[in-house]
Design a protein around this ligand. Structure first.
Ligand SMILES: Nc1ncnc2c1ncn2[C@@H]1O[C@H](COP(=O)(O)OP(=O)(O)OP(=O)(O)O)[C@@H](O)[C@H]1O
Ligand SMILES: [Mg+2]
Length: 130
């Protein structure tokens, strides 16, 4: 487990950059944290460092957005409005990022990142896995 204090968007950018370097493209990242914690914002910064040129938006209404990164595809899923999502078609085919994960996922390369809002717009990122 790793805890990272993110004081501002510059810290978030640095963390996203270093986290992007760890990824091979077959991982699942579970993003936990309340409404407005910063799950989508972290995803945007991370995808920038994975070579995604498009604008990254919240997939809440589309459920899943797919992006082409420099080295692999990225599937961004938001489960806020759904209880189940069948990952079988995409697992291992790219990086999977899930906001509001609801199910336990039996898979080797799973990271969980919990974002806890602190005072003064700071956040604590609690990273588990790998
Ligand atoms: N590290 C940060 N520092 C400062 N502001 C941030 C940070 N992360 C996110 N924000 C701001 O907080 C707001 C909500 O962020 P975001 O949409 O990423 O949250 P979310 O966790 O995806 O919410 P939801 O549960 O609705 O999907 C945005 O206006 C964003 O700019
Ligand atoms: Mg979001």
């Amino acid at each position: 487990m790793q805890e990272i204090l993110i004081k501002d968007l510059k810290d978030l950018d640095e963390f996203a950059k270093s986290f992007a370097q760890r990824l091979k493209g077959d991982e699942i990242i579970l993003l936990e944290g309340d409404l407005g914690a910063g799950k989508t914002t972290f995803t945007k910064f991370l995808l920038k460092y994975l070579g995604v040129k498009e604008d990254v938006t919240s997939p809440t209404f589309g459920i899943m957005n797919e992006y082409e990164g420099r080295d692999f595809n990225i599937y961004h899923i938001d489960m806020y409005r759904i209880d189940k999502f069948d990952l079988s078609d995409i697992i291992g085919k790219g990086l999977i990022i899930i906001e509001w994960p609801k199910e336990k996922i039996e898979y080797n390369n799973v990271y969980s990142i919990k974002i806890e809002p602190l005072e003064n717009d700071e956040r604590l990122f609690i990273v588990k896995g790998e």
